[in-house]
Design a protein around this ligand. Structure first.
Ligand code: PGA
Length: 251
């Protein structure tokens, strides 16, 4: 049985004051015991969140990390070892906003994935197709390639200590959600791709869905056999809404 996970990606949102508010809201939530809950604040707020959530079983992760695992001369970057020391346990790798807006490519993401694992962080590998790619019938090819680039370089075994988030780019922040069946179809293909290499790893890895998940659509999405929870953007900035999504994963 895979333990569900719900993770909140706060993106480039937050001030000290709004983060304090959110921490307070999260602190008051009754969270289901069978679900791993995590939040990904901006680098600036990681400390504030770790301190503020002390004693609450919510993991804290970073939205990005350097290609090198250890501290050193790499201006503007944050090393996975530094994140681990601060108390982070997870890191997003390859979110579509970083692939598309910052221009991160597979080569870079392979290094980030490996650097994170070298420091004991759990990478959450984000993969997904654009609307254009979906309409051209290329969804499985695109997602398969994004996943395949990691498997090819690092081996399928790395997914024993990683999470995968399928996030169709057209569903992120748009209010458009993949239907539960559309998401399930891609999740099943991802698991099959892993299973072709190692069935134990494929059965154990958590596959999260992301893209306009809300309390209102979470139950149906999380009810699909290969959807093990969600990566939540906009709705994770509201503690009550986020709590409701976490409870949906516990059902
Ligand atoms: P969204 O973002 O929930 O606001 O669509 C999801 C994500 O980008 O992780």
């Amino acid at each position: 049985m895979r333990r569900p996970m719900v993770a909140g990606n706060w993106k480039m949102h937050g001030t000290r004051a709004s983060v304090a508010e959110l921490i307070k809201g999260l602190g008051n939530l009754a969270l289901p015991s069978g679900v791993d809950v995590a939040v990904f604040p901006s680098f600036l707020h990681i400390n504030q969140v770790i301190d503020g959530l002390e004693g609450k079983s919510i993991k804290v992760g970073a939205q990005n990390a350097a290609v090198e695992s250890k501290q050193g001369a790499l201006t503007g970057e944050v090393a996975p070892s530094q994140l681990a020391e601060e108390g982070c346990s997870l890191v997003l790798v390859g979110h579509s906003e970083r692939r598309q807006i910052i221009g991160e490519n597979d080569e870079t993401l392979i290094r980030k994935f490996a650097a994170a694992q070298a420091c004991g962080l759990i990478p959450v590998l984000c993969i997904g197709e654009t609307l254009e790619q979906r309409e051209a019938g290329k969804t499985l090819e695109v997602v398969g390639h994004q996943l395949g680039s990691i498997i090819e370089k690092l081996g399928v075994g790395v997914f024993a200590k990683a999470v995968i988030a399928y996030e169709p780019v057209w569903a992120i922040g748009t209010g458009l959600t993949a239907s539960p069946q559309q998401a399930q179809d891609v999740h099943a293909a991802i698991r099959a791709q892993l299973a072709a290499e190692n069935s134990e790893v494929a059965q154990g890895v958590r596959l999260l869905y992301g893209g306009s998940v809300k309390a209102a659509n979470a139950v149906e999405l999380f009810g699909m056999p290969d959807i093990d929870g969600g990566l939540i953007g906009g709705a994770s900035l509201n503690a009550d809404e986020f709590g409701a999504i976490c409870r949906a994963a516990g059902n």
